[in-house]
Design a protein around this ligand. Structure first.
Ligand SMILES: C[S@@+](CC[C@H](N)C(=O)[O-])C[C@H]1O[C@@H](n2cnc3c(N)ncnc32)[C@H](O)[C@@H]1O
Length: 265
């Protein structure tokens, strides 16, 4: 059976992952707890000017933007999102409602453009990479971080494999996400002429009570009704998956957190 998830164009803001869902803020917090330490380690490697202009695209609940304003007290930190409701109370940042897929910035106005867990969800991701490079000053850094779900497709556990494939299908059809492209990020940055391209990958497991496990569980729970509605999974599948995650004998790699960064010449 082929399920059609959405009759309209796929779009994050109308999807089961959008901010109007009751659990979205806490789900974003689980992502932040899993990914923030990895992002901090990337910024610690960047050589920035004294008063850098930093853009965080699709900043979500804003923990990284807030950290950037504390880490670089002289910086101007701009945090954007299509839905800025979770960014309102963060001190030290400029918040802009901005659609990264369609809205621009003037050329050469930032020293860093950062986007995390955003481009994988945007069908216009390739074009956005090109536009983001034009927003950078010479010597500026493009920092792209994304989640790949590729490891979950390689699991030997049939139930986890089924749930993972259903999640990928739902993400692709309802949002237009490509949850496998993160692994290609270093090559994409090199192909676009960036210098000093570096990258790091970190595996995220489930079934081990780690921050990645909490992020996976929160996202799967939020996707549950859509997965059931479309017949991609049954309630029994979801209940069995909950039991599997809680089984002390089970753990598996569910995702890779990929960070790639490079410098405009
Ligand atoms: C998975 S969350 C990641 C949030 C944040 N970057 C982080 O890693 O903690 C994706 C964010 O991108 C935002 N978003 C989705 N489509 C967008 C678009 N076209 N332009 C700007 N932001 C967008 C969503 O509203 C959401 O806040």
């Amino acid at each position: 059976m082929t399920a059609t998830v959405c009759a309209e164009e796929p779009d994050y803001t109308r999807s089961y992952l959008a901010d109007q869902h009751a659990g979205q803020l806490e789900r974003l917090r689980t992502l932040e707890r899993a990914f923030d330490p990895l992002s901090h380690a990337v910024f610690d490697q960047l050589d920035l000017p004294d008063k850098p202009a930093i853009l965080d695209l699709g900043a979500g609940a804003g923990s990284l933007a807030g950290w950037l304003s504390r880490r670089y007290p002289e910086a101007s930190v701009t945090a954007t999102d299509v839905d800025t409701r979770f960014l309102a109370d963060i001190p030290g940042i400029r918040v802009l409602e901005h659609n990264a897929a369609t809205d621009d910035f003037p050329a050469a106005c930032f020293d860093v453009v950062h986007a995390r867990a955003l481009l994988c969800h945007l069908p216009a991701r390739e074009e956005l990479l090109m536009r983001a490079i034009t927003w950078l000053r010479p010597g500026g850094w493009l920092v792209i971080e994304d989640v790949s779900l590729e490891p979950s497709l390689k699991t030997a556990n049939p139930l986890f494999g089924k749930v993972a494939q259903a999640g990928l299908t739902l993400l692709k059809q309802s949002i237009g996400s490509d949850m496998l492209w993160a692994a290609t990020l270093p090559d994409r940055l090199r192909d676009r002429g960036l210098a000093n391209v570096r990258h790091r990958s970190h595996e995220g497991r489930i079934g081990d009570n780690s921050p990645a496990d909490a992020f996976w569980a929160a996202t799967t729970a939020q996707a549950g009704p859509a997965l059931l509605k479309l017949g991609l999974l049954t309630q029994e599948d979801l209940d069995d998956m909950t039991l599997l995650r809680a089984d002390p004998g089970f753990t598996d790699v569910a995702m890779t957190f990929v960070s790639a960064w490079g410098q405009v010449r």
